[in-house]
Design a protein around this ligand. Structure first.
Ligand code: DP6
Length: 330
């Protein structure tokens, strides 16, 4: 076995068709398939060193030691890697995000994707994309979509071997832009994991899940055909369906703030006026505003002027999890 250290990079992703609710919460086997786009300008960089001198696993995030739930999730992924590689060493994990925590951008997706690649390599394994995607999924569901490149589909699969993500188009296929309007940078009160667990308490979840194959088909088709209008329709519907499930769960989960709704309404009226733009919202109040490259400057300006918008981050379609930082600013 070579040296016990490796570093990897991965981008977060924004879901066009959302993952919400599990059939197996421990393995993160989702109730429905999902589709996303990697976000090129944002990334996590994670280094893993298996070290004979360590007596337990250690994890720092942006330089701060993490314990409890965060450490437990990292530890259980490392356990899997140790089992696969047949080693018994503990590891130091150092992860850094180039985007601030608490911006509502899922650092768990990029973090667990980068961790899967770095930890497996450091342990001497050379996993293929499918195996890496499954490993990342076991850490955080949406992390499996940050392993492949560009526009990515996660097939629900129904079991540990068949629930993984693959690329449906490379990043250069479509120059979409995600303008992320930040309205709050507070930590969310209910985590996605708790939300997935609560999804089944909503009367609407069975209907959302039953219709998912149709929305996946429409989204796939819109991406392949570069059809922005079709994409906008299915992306907004899917986001609204997920939030309908959230607000009708027990207890109800309302992630939106007044500024969230203002942005959604503005985006709709801009589209009616002919701007190629649509919104999608994850488990938080910030709004991902998707648009074509030609109008991204205009969209960013308009978003910055709306009351309640603190900042706008801009991201283009990104590549796969990798040992190099795949981001170049060209
Ligand atoms: C709303 O992947 O963060 O962003 O598996 O518990 O880590 P865990 O959940 P996570 O859930 C993502 C939820 C979402 C929708 C999506 O990205 O598909």
């Amino acid at each position: 076995m070579g040296n016990y250290t490796a570093t990897a990079f991965a981008h977060p992703n924004i879901a066009f068709i959302k993952y919400w609710g599990d059939i197996d919460p421990d393995l993160h086997i989702p109730a429905n398939g999902s589709i996303s786009m990697n976000l090129r300008e944002l990334f996590s960089r994670t280094s893993v060193s298996f070290d004979p001198a360590l007596e337990h696993d250690q994890f720092t995030l942006d330089g701060r030691p993490i314990d409890k739930t965060g450490l437990e999730r990292v530890r259980s992924l490392l356990k899997k890697v140790r089992r696969m590689a047949g080693i018994e060493l503990f590891a130091t994990v150092e992860s850094h995000n180039n985007f601030p925590m608490g911006t509502g951008i899922a650092s768990s997706a990029s973090g667990f994707a980068a961790l899967s690649l770095a930890a497996s390599k450091a342990a001497g394994l050379n996993l293929d994309e499918k195996a890496l995607s499954c490993l990342a999924r076991s850490g955080s569901g949406s992390a499996c979509r940050s392993i492949p490149s560009g526009f990515v589909e996660w097939q629900a699969g129904g079991n540990d071997e068949e629930s993984y993500a693959f690329s449906i188009a490379p990043p250069e296929h479509w120059d979409l832009v995600d303008c992320i309007a930040l309205v709050s940078q507070d930590e969310k009160p209910i985590s996605s994991s708790e939300g997935h667990y609560m999804a089944k308490t909503s009367l609407l979840q069975p209907a959302r899940v039953a219709d998912a194959p149709r929305r996946l088909f429409l989204c796939r088709q819109a991406i392949h055909a570069h059809d922005f209008d079709a994409l906008a329709e299915v992306v907004e519907l899917d986001s609204n369906l997920m939030h309908a499930v959230m607000i009708t769960s027990t207890p109800p989960l309302l992630y939106w703030q007044p500024a969230t709704v203002t942005i959604m309404q503005e985006v709709e009226s801009w589209r009616k006026d002919g701007l190629m733009v649509c919104y999608t919202v994850d488990a938080g109040p910030n709004v991902h505003v998707l648009c074509s490259r030609e109008v991204s400057g205009e969209v960013t300006d308009r978003l910055q002027k709306l009351s309640g918008v603190q900042k706008v981050l801009v991201a283009h379609p990104g590549g796969p999890a990798n040992f190099e930082n795949g981001y170049s600013n060209t």
